[in-house]
Ligand binder design. Structure first.
Ligand code: PHE
Length: 336
């Protein structure tokens, strides 16, 4: 009897293995476990089995019944998942994968990085500061007198009792407070001014600040560093010149011009026939600012400069409207 049961299990296993569709699974289930299936028949006839064998035969029949039911369920699951896969319209596991689209750097960030890389190669470290500043860091510590017109709400955005920084120069103060000279830093960042938007002005723009403090630093060092920077960025043929200017935090102060990159200094519409275009503000850090940051201005001197990233990008790419950088037109952005 036990032998007969084992044979039933063997046969059942084999036919389950061979089954290729859900229909044959059902047929096998009926054949072995159905009302008049082979196993059911044996279980039904248990009362004819001798009393001493009955418990063992009963036990084995039940085990075999469960085993077959389990194998059938397993096979049904396997077949189901195969059916589901092939049922997804257009499913083709042999197709090659699709490449995901990788984002690009914004042209302003490309230019900002290029500027930063040149100064990093000259040994400058990179510093950053908060966009939302206090009056102290944006103005007072930089030697703006309390009644200076730059504080006017017509020029500066106020958020509660703070200001959106109008330039990257507050990063000078924050770093100089923390460090002991000598040091040299560049500080890129976004700045904000209450301006009407036109082709050359925007209320949000970007600057890269630079500052260096050491013993015996003079104006000639500033000229040298900026001249190297311009030649690396725009090309060796580009000339620089410095004109007297004014900033509360530098003394003396200067405006640096470069020979027009469009007409090579010949005179054109962009440079208003002068052959020169304004590039950035700069100067020797005012001793008052050094003192405000706890630096001994008898021992240390330094220079600082600040350039507009948008302006430099306009010259680099020959674009005549700053607003293009902020319209997020994918056709424009894909050009870079
Ligand atoms: N902060 C000045 C501006 O925004 C630029 C500048 C920086 C000038 C450092 C001198 C020294 O115009």
């Amino acid at each position: 009897m036990i032998e007969r049961l084992q044979t039933i299990l063997k046969n059942a296993e084999l036919s389950i293995m061979d089954a290729e569709d859900l229909k044959s699974i059902d047929d096998i289930r009926v054949k072995y476990l159905g009302k008049s299936g082979e196993l059911t028949e044996i279980l039904k006839g248990l009362n004819q089995v001798s009393a001493d064998l009955r418990p063992q035969v009963g036990k084995v029949s039940n085990e075999i019944k469960n085993k077959i039911a389990e194998l059938l369920d397993q096979k049904k699951e396997d077949l189901d998942s195969k059916v589901n896969q092939s049922a997804i319209p257009g499913w083709d596991p042999t197709l090659p994968g699709r490449k995901s689209v990788i984002g690009k750097m914004h042209p302003l960030m490309i230019v900002q990085k290029e500027i930063a890389d040149i100064f990093k190669n000259l040994g400058f470290d990179v510093a950053e500061g908060p966009d939302l500043e206090t009056d102290y860091y944006n103005f007072l510590a930089l030697n703006f007198p309390p009644d200076h017109p730059a504080r006017d709400a017509q020029d500066t955005f106020y958020v509660k009792n703070k200001v959106l920084r109008t330039h990257t120069s507050p990063i000078q103060v924050r770093e100089m407070e923390k460090r002991k000279p000598p040091f040299k830093f560049i500080a890129p960042g976004r700045v904000y001014r209450n301006e009407a938007i036109d082709a050359t002005h925007h209320h949000i723009f970007h600057q890269v600040e630079g500052f260096l403090v050491d013993e015996g630093i003079q104006f000639i060092h500033l000229k040298g560093v900026l001249d190297v920077f311009i030649k690396k960025f725009f090309g060796a043929e580009v000339k620089t010149r410095f004109r007297p200017s004014f900033f509360p935090f530098t003394e003396p102060s200067a405006e640096m011009d470069i020979s027009c990159v469009f007409c090579k200094g010949q005179g054109c519409r962009i440079c208003k026939q002068s052959g020169w275009v304004e590039m950035m503000g700069c100067g020797m850090i005012d001793p008052v600012v050094l003192k405000n940051c706890g630096i001994n201005d008898e021992k240390w001197t330094g220079f600082a400069f600040g350039m507009g990233v948008e302006r430099i990008a306009l010259f680099k790419y020959g674009i005549d409207d700053i607003r293009l950088f902020y319209q997020n037109d994918i056709r424009f952005l894909n050009e870079f």
